[in-house]
Write a protein that binds this ligand. Sequence first.
Ligand SMILES: [Fe+2]
Ligand SMILES: [Fe+2]
Length: 182
Amino acid sequence: MQATAEHKTRANADTGTDAPDALVFLESEHRAVEKLFDAFKRAKDDDLDAKSTLVQRACEELSIHTILEEELLYPAAQRALPDSDKLDVEEAYIEHFLVKTLIAKFESMKAGDKGFDATFKVMSEMVGHHVEEEEEELFPELRKTKLDLHELGAKMVTRKAELQRKLDAVGSRSVGDNTARL
Ligand SMILES: [Fe+2]
Ligand SMILES: [Fe+2]
């Protein structure tokens, strides 16, 4: 919480706005998805409604999150980072590709189907690994660059609102169908 307040204060001083630091913003999205993974672990085996809702929400959050990073963070990171750190961004793109492949698998599965729980478990493990690499390697490397993280944060807030509106407009019945349209 202290980091957030500190970043906000700096944003106000620098830009006259309360744009969040992009990395703090993305970290809060990581925490939100982790909560959904934890809730799924605690869900009763036969509570298919709860499982279905949790998977739906996680896929929606992850779809928006991957778009924000791929459209805004990773290209900026590739420009700002020294060559020695660019491999971390390339790895991140590949890991996103794998997560999106698992999201797409849910198009043809519903809670209770064979493979539903296993797919979500593998997704949570992959996302956990990816988030750890972002927060322990990529994000600290970016903090050492001159990248304007508040300007980037402002762009993320705007783009997220736009993506959320699109998602709301298509409804949330089928994860794959909806996220493919974003
Ligand atoms: Fe990522
Ligand atoms: Fe991320």
